[in-house]
Design a binder for this molecule. Structure first.
Ligand SMILES: CC(=O)SCCNC(=O)CCNC(=O)[C@H](O)C(C)(C)COP(=O)(O)OP(=O)(O)OC[C@H]1O[C@@H](n2cnc3c(N)ncnc32)[C@H](O)[C@@H]1OP(=O)(O)O
Length: 168
């Protein structure tokens, strides 16, 4: 394997991000989103590319509240799994989170061992204080609903684990 690098996503990456995540959407690992949603979220994305400029991974950080963001759409292409690309992307997203002043990262995932190795823990029944809950519940964002564990998203979250990491 040659080297790779992680950089901020560009709008021209969106079709390649979609191509990367499409098999994972088909498998029910990631939730499908319309292309317009990827363009709207492009500033949240970091991508990894190989030495030839091929897109080999992506991940996004979506801010939910003053202290809280979600790691989203973290994916690495099949031929690059196990080479540290996921780790590098998550590291970069954590650095972005610190820069934004965040102290908690949420993720909803089947990849519990991977996130556990990066100090995420099962949230169990952890939630937010009632005043913040009352504000968050007004959001139309599916990720916020997943964080709050709302009944309407439970069919989408079956088998996933809600995990959180406190940034030091
Ligand atoms: C919040 C969300 O987005 S939830 C969705 C999470 N994403 C998914 O479920 C999509 C499907 N999964 C994936 O795309 C990937 O498996 C990811 C993103 C979870 C992990 O990506 P990877 O690039 O394989 O991760 P990375 O390589 O950093 O770590 C995986 C393993 O490779 C090992 N590894 C790390 N660096 C290297 C290296 N340089 N050489 C060899 N192995 C390495 C790690 O130790 C780890 O091994 P372990 O599992 O035995 O502990």
């Amino acid at each position: 394997m040659q080297g790779y690098s992680v950089r901020r996503a560009r709008t021209s990456d969106v079709p390649r991000i979609q191509a990367l995540v499409e098999p994972l959407i088909q498998e029910g690992i990631l939730l499908g989103k319309d292309r317009v949603v990827f363009y709207e979220a492009v500033q949240e994305f970091r991508v990894a590319e190989d030495a030839e400029g091929r897109l080999i991974g992506c991940g996004a950080l979506h801010v939910m509240w003053e202290d809280l963001a979600e790691v989203r759409t973290l994916a690495v292409s099949a031929d690059w799994l196990g080479h540290g690309v996921g780790h590098a992307l998550l590291d970069r997203l954590e650095a972005d989170a610190r820069e934004l002043g965040l102290s908690r990262l949420f993720c909803l995932t089947f990849e519990v061992p991977f996130f556990s190795r990066h100090s995420f823990v099962d949230m169990g029944s952890e939630t937010v204080d009632p005043a913040v809950y009352a504000e968050l519940v007004r959001s139309h964002d599916e990720g916020v609903a997943e964080f709050l564990d709302l009944a309407r998203v439970k069919p989408n979250t079956l088998g996933n684990t809600r995990m959180v990491k406190r940034l030091a």
